[in-house]
Design a protein around this ligand. Sequence first.
Ligand code: ADP
Ligand code: ADP
Length: 218
Amino acid sequence: MIEARGLTKVYRDTTAVDGLDFRVEPGHVTGFLGPNGAGKSTTMRMILGLDRPTSGSVKVNGREYQGLVWPLHQVGALLDARAVHPGRSAYNHLRSLAAANGIARIRVDEVLETVGLTGVARKRVGGFSLGMSQRLGIAGALLGDPGVLLFDEPVNGLDPDGILWIRTLMRSLAAEGRTVLVSSHLMSEMALTADRLLIIGEGRLLADSAMNELIARH
Ligand code: ADP
Ligand code: ADP
């Protein structure tokens, strides 16, 4: 569960996020829809703890940010800010992420299998396509078996099979009772993926509704 109250982020001269109030419940895929620059990434960074709110708060499972990024076993995130050393293999990247977070080595093999990278696990990630890099990022997000997952524009760079794959993955994560928040600038994508929708524009919440109610109204 994620709960934002008056969540605000002001950069120098830009109000990126402007007083957001919302809840993201477990057991659903919640879509976070808005045009580029609406404040989706900034909100996700604040949920993860990478960025501190200027005012307001965001709680994850009832607890507020304590000055640290949430551990991998609580929040997993696919945010493009995460740099991966290009000379490393996918396996070594995940292995060291696991080691740094006290996660058992067996999880590395499991998540590589889940994202379909087992066959290329020993290859340098620098040679990966965008789609493969997205899958590796998703593997990192799943590594700690977290209850809360954040996916920022996850279908970018994926081919149609990859898009279908990630949609299915997000739904099964939600069906397991996890909290899943996924951003996109495409309503067509959200309509196929999310069962709840938060719509954001210029840092403000424009709609918060079940997908079927939203579609019925328009
Ligand atoms: P979205 O993810 O919806 O595309 P962002 O959260 O990336 O939107 O950006 C929201 C606004 O905040 C934009 O105007 C963007 O230029 C600005 N912004 C984002 N990050 C920073 C930053 N680190 N410094 C200054 N402005 C930023
Ligand atoms: P460093 O490169 O400084 O060793 P890490 O790559 O281990 O840092 O990540 C720093 C912190 O960010 C970790 O403590 C971990 O909890 C968090 N983190 C890393 N990757 C993810 C991810 N995919 N999702 C959520 N949190 C992550």
